[in-house]
Design a binder for this molecule. Structure first.
Ligand code: GAR
Length: 202
């Protein structure tokens, strides 16, 4: 059974959806650790409530990004994690982390990549005026939201949408998409060749 860690900076509603999917048996892995870079992140509380070990790793305790990521990788390795899931983790990972877990770190992003990468994916899409946006689950490489795409789901932009209403619709899609991608990993069905991620047949 795969051992999963989730990294989250904020609300943690994707984390909650993942934990629920594990409990329903839709993910054949176990979330063994949740780490946040923010002490007050509701994600930590959500983890504790469900009996999952939750850890705050303070960025201010380290001289820089590499040092932080070394500590992060050490925690994850000690917990013998197979898959690292970024769920609203708002820090760009350095090569230290990416190389410690090659094609074993997933991220969810609230747009149809490669459009609108970065921290404001929902706002940027709305302001650009696209009629369709969505969410993307991808493996993490050393770029910003550039790794091989695992799954995507389109979400329509409705006239009158605000960042909040559009993000709520994208969130709903994320709660479906992320558990599916994680389960594909748990079943060893994801195969990466260059930029492409293939899903092996049942
Ligand atoms: C999610 O919508 C996720 O796609 C986004 O942050 C939100 C976290 O929500 N991530 C990014 O923008 C990454 N660049 P949550 O904390 O409620 O899961």
């Amino acid at each position: 059974m795969k051992r999963i860690a989730v990294l989250a900076s904020g609300e943690g509603t994707n984390l909650e959806a993942i934990l629920e999917a594990v409990e329903r048996g839709e993910i054949s892995g176990r979330v063994v650790l949740v780490i946040s870079d923010r002490e007050k992140a509701p994600a930590l509380e959500r983890a504790r409530r469900r009996g999952v070990r939750a850890l705050f790793l303070d960025p201010r305790a380290f001289p820089g990004r590499e040092a932080y990521d070394e500590a992060l990788a050490a925690e994850l390795q000690e917990a013998q994690v197979d898959l690292v899931v970024l769920a609203g983790f708002m820090r760009l990972l350095s090569p230290v982390m990416v190389r410690a877990f090659p094609m074993r770190i997933m991220n969810i992003h609230p747009s149809l990549l490669p459009s609108f990468p970065g921290t404001e994916g929902v706002r940027d899409a709305l302001e650009y005026g696209v009629k369709v946006t969505g969410c993307t689950v991808h493996f993490v490489d050393e770029g910003l939201d550039t790794g091989p795409i695992i799954l995507q789901e389109a979400v329509p932009v409705i006239q009158g949408d605000t960042v909040e209403t559009l993000h709520a619709r994208i969130h709903a899609a994320e709660y479906r998409l992320y558990p599916r991608a994680i389960e594909l990993f748990c079943q060893n069905k994801l195969r990466v060749e260059g930029r492409r991620c293939y899903i092996d047949a049942e």
